[in-house]
Unconditional design. Structure first.
Length: 305
């Protein structure tokens, strides 16, 4: 196993070198580490099915076409504008999200949206009666002994800071994502803080069947396109990444807005964890995206040698 630690963790208001064992706001990695695995567990337990309708669990949601599969594959087509979204209370944001509508992309196009996984979290809550972040802790983090991972860091100095926000100042030790900041423990799309060691533990569990958070057959299913019409390069939550080495197959990967990503290759039983704070001091730092893709491509090429 190869690992490295490079750079600074803070530039503003003062320079701080990057320290080992720090907690990162992993943003949308919450979706694949946490919420997806809770949902797949519920399907394995036959308490939920990919074909179940969202409206069966969230009666405020009126469109009966949207299913669990649509949410997991980001093919729900859910769209809409919520005025003053970041100024709403949790209850107001909850109600506003459920009044969004299905647009022209329904089923035919994968359009990534946090709303899909917020809904999935609420569906898990409706079935199990606890906030989604509590369920992630009990059903994923605790069984895998990811003991440093948390939704509520106790010591902000152990956290790598994210953006210096015009309204929130330096964001450190609290979630960066605006919806997660409002919804708190009822948000399944973001909110998790984790360390390099814990995410390595998660990848090892997924690759080597060591206390993995989901039934074994899902590992194969995750490497297949699961979109309703196919050819969208999207599995259940994870994105697909084709590679020709050593033979043609799909890896799975996912990124987080704050500058984090995971890559998993079931065929070669190898994985990559990359943690950064690309939104510090200011978002969005879009130049990072090309560098991220270059890093992934280099990894895919080099790991086969």
């Amino acid at each position: 196993m190869t690992r490295g630690l490079f750079g600074a963790e803070q530039l503003i208001p003062g320079y701080e070198p990057l320290k080992p064992n720090q907690l990162y706001d992993v943003a949308s990695l919450t979706k694949v580490v946490g919420t997806t695995n809770v949902i797949l567990q519920l399907i394995t337990e036959k308490r939920l099915a990919l074909t179940d309708k969202v409206s069966d669990f969230l009666p405020e949601w009126q469109d009966q076409r949207v299913t669990i599969r649509h949410l997991l594959t980001h093919t729900s087509g859910i769209t809409g504008y919520i005025p003053h979204r970041d100024k709403l209370s949790a209850a107001q944001l909850h109600d506003a999200l459920l009044t969004m509508h299905v647009g022209e992309n329904f089923e035919v196009k994968m359009v990534y949206s946090d709303v899909n996984f917020i809904f999935l979290g609420w569906i898990a809550e409706a079935i199990l009666g606890q906030p989604i972040q509590t369920l992630i802790q009990k059903r994923v983090l605790d069984p895998l002994r990811m003991t440093h991972s948390t939704f509520q860091p106790e010591d902000p100095t152990r956290c790598v800071p994210t953006e210096v926000s015009p309204t929130r100042g330096l964001i450190r030790g609290v979630v960066h994502d605006p919806k997660a900041f409002v919804l708190k423990n009822h948000c399944g799309s973001a909110g998790l803080f984790s360390t390099l060691d814990d995410l390595i533990r998660f990848e090892q569990a997924m690759l080597f069947n060591t206390g993995q958070p989901i039934a074994t057959h899902w590992l194969t299913e995750l490497t297949r396109d699961q979109t309703p019409l196919g050819k969208q390069w999207r599995s259940l939550a994870w994105a697909l990444l084709p590679t020709q080495l050593p033979v043609a197959h799909n890896c799975i990967w996912h990124s987080g807005y704050t500058g984090t990503f995971l890559v998993l290759d079931q065929t070669t039983q190898q994985g990559m964890v990359f943690l950064s704070n690309r939104v510090h001091p200011h978002a969005p730092n879009e130049a990072f995206l090309a560098r991220r893709n270059a890093i992934i491509n280099t990894y895919l090429a080099e790991k086969k040698r």
